[in-house]
Ligand binder design. Structure first.
Ligand SMILES: [Fe+2]
Length: 313
């Protein structure tokens, strides 16, 4: 696959320090000395530096960096963007363009594949099949803090969902895994079911970022630790999505961005064997779990963000 990973994102927030503390609690590893710094970088265990926080008057996804195999891929993207009449800037080993619908600056650059060691699959007892005889579940014996393996996906609102789908799909080469007609497209730049989900919205904004952990116990342990002393961080979970199949739990950072712990996302390793589906309504959103709160579907600060956006122009 010419595109193979999400490299890094930059999120702009008005409160860099407080948001940085949140992502440290979330299990990301801060780089270097962060005291008084205006740019904060954070690593996942497998993906390296994948989150950068910078100051911004209102919260937003500033930049998304995607990894490609080789320079030929960059040439192909340059030609495709030119056909779409989208201005682009060539970089040393990449290309940068802004998607008008989401206002995100996207860089595709030549990068090494992400190196992930397989997580041991926990043995689960099943009816008449005690795969874990005479022992407690490994999930309840864990004491170490949860550390996300990698950044999996971003979900962004677009004022022109179809235009954004053209940008990421026809322009950059992401593939469509599933769609919610007129509302959203789940797109991938790796074998993950989705790495970029663009949804129609009244304004361009960052809905959430999603971070992969080993299994459902890590989803639950991670969120439980985050909520200790901070019940206000809870947004939605625990549940299982229908589209993408992943277990999820969403939390809110101090700037208002949602961050998701997830595991067991569908993987598409052979494009020919995956049948993209079309999903309508809540069924697409979740298979089981508590119903999504209104604030998940429309974050509470949207009106404020819209007003701020209009104030700029
Ligand atoms: Fe998600």
């Amino acid at each position: 696959m010419p595109l193979h990973r999400v490299n890094q994102i930059t999120i702009g927030v008005p409160n860099v320090d407080a948001t940085g503390k949140y992502y440290t609690d979330f299990g990301l590893t801060p780089s270097g000395n962060q005291t008084g710094s205006e740019i904060l970088d954070f690593s996942t265990t497998d993906g390296g530096e994948q989150l950068r926080l910078v100051y911004s008057e209102r919260r937003k996804l500033v930049e998304l960096r995607i990894g490609a195999d080789d320079p030929d891929d960059i040439d192909r993207i340059a030609a495709a963007l030119a056909r779409l009449e989208i201005p682009a800037t060539r970089l040393d080993a990449g290309i940068r363009a802004i998607d008008p619908g989401t206002q995100v600056s996207v860089v595709v650059e030549v990068a090494d594949p992400i190196g992930q060691n397989a997580a041991p699959t926990p043995a689960y007892n099943a009816p008449a099949d005690p795969a874990r005889p005479n022992t407690r579940a490994p999930g309840v014996e864990r004491t170490e803090s949860v550390r996300p393996r990698k950044l999996g996906h971003v979900v962004i609102g677009s004022t022109d969902q179809q235009g954004s789908q053209r940008f990421f799909g026809d322009g950059l080469g992401l593939k469509v895994s599933d769609t919610v007609p007129g509302l959203a497209a789940f797109m991938r730049c790796s074998t993950d079911h989705h790495n970029v989900l663009v949804q129609q919205a009244p304004l361009a904004f960052l809905h959430h970022t999603a971070w992969e952990v080993d299994d459902i116990d890590e989803v639950g342990r991670g969120a439980t630790a985050m909520l200790e002393g901070h019940p206000d961080r809870h947004v939605w979970g625990l549940g299982r999505h229908h589209v993408g199949s992943n277990f999820f739990w969403y939390l809110r950072d101090p700037a208002g961005n949602f961050s998701e712990y997830y595991s067991d996302l569908d993987c598409i390793v052979d494009d020919a064997l995956w049948k993209p589906g079309v999903f309508e309504g809540a069924r697409g959103l979740y298979n089981w779990g508590p119903p999504p709160p209104a604030s998940f579907l429309a974050p509470e600060d949207l009106a404020e963000l819209m007003a701020a956006g209009h104030g700029v122009h």
